[in-house]
Design a protein around this ligand. Structure first.
Ligand SMILES: [Mg+2]
Length: 127
């Protein structure tokens, strides 16, 4: 995987950011600001922590839990981004091309589940 140098990348949000671009931007950010990647198992723990933070917000926004006074319900996009950032770090440091991985995964799911969900009566019921 080729990564952009710090002077090649933009810090402006890209509305059509590809997975490959995201992997490159995260790698460049780590090189410039993060010194190096945390060890994969450290990042795994970080991923679990961030997923927990996302779960907390989702549970309070869409589930039956309520927010405590002072909790910020507007952080949902940032929590999604925290999860994505750590996942991108883990993909980079383990040599996974997420563009290829997602394409292969969707093909696998299509092959395996082409009709399964359509035939699931539980999905036909209104919630
Ligand atoms: Mg977070």
């Amino acid at each position: 995987m080729d990564f952009l140098s710090s002077d090649q990348r933009s810090v402006a949000p890209d509305s059509e950011l590809s997975l490959a671009d995201a992997q490159r931007q995260v790698h460049a950010w780590i090189q410039e600001h993060g010194v190096r990647y945390f060890a994969p198992l450290t990042n795994l723990a970080q991923l679990v922590e961030e997923v927990g933070e996302l779960a907390r917000l989702l549970s309070r926004t869409y589930g039956e839990q309520s927010f405590k006074p002072g909790e910020d319900a507007t952080r949902l996009p940032d929590e999604f981004a925290d999860v994505l950032f750590v996942l991108l770090c883990l993909a980079n440091q383990t040599g996974v091309d997420l563009t290829q991985a997602l394409a292969a995964n969707l093909a696998k799911k299509t092959q395996r589940d082409r009709d399964r969900h359509k035939q699931n009566p539980k999905l036909q019921q209104n919630q």
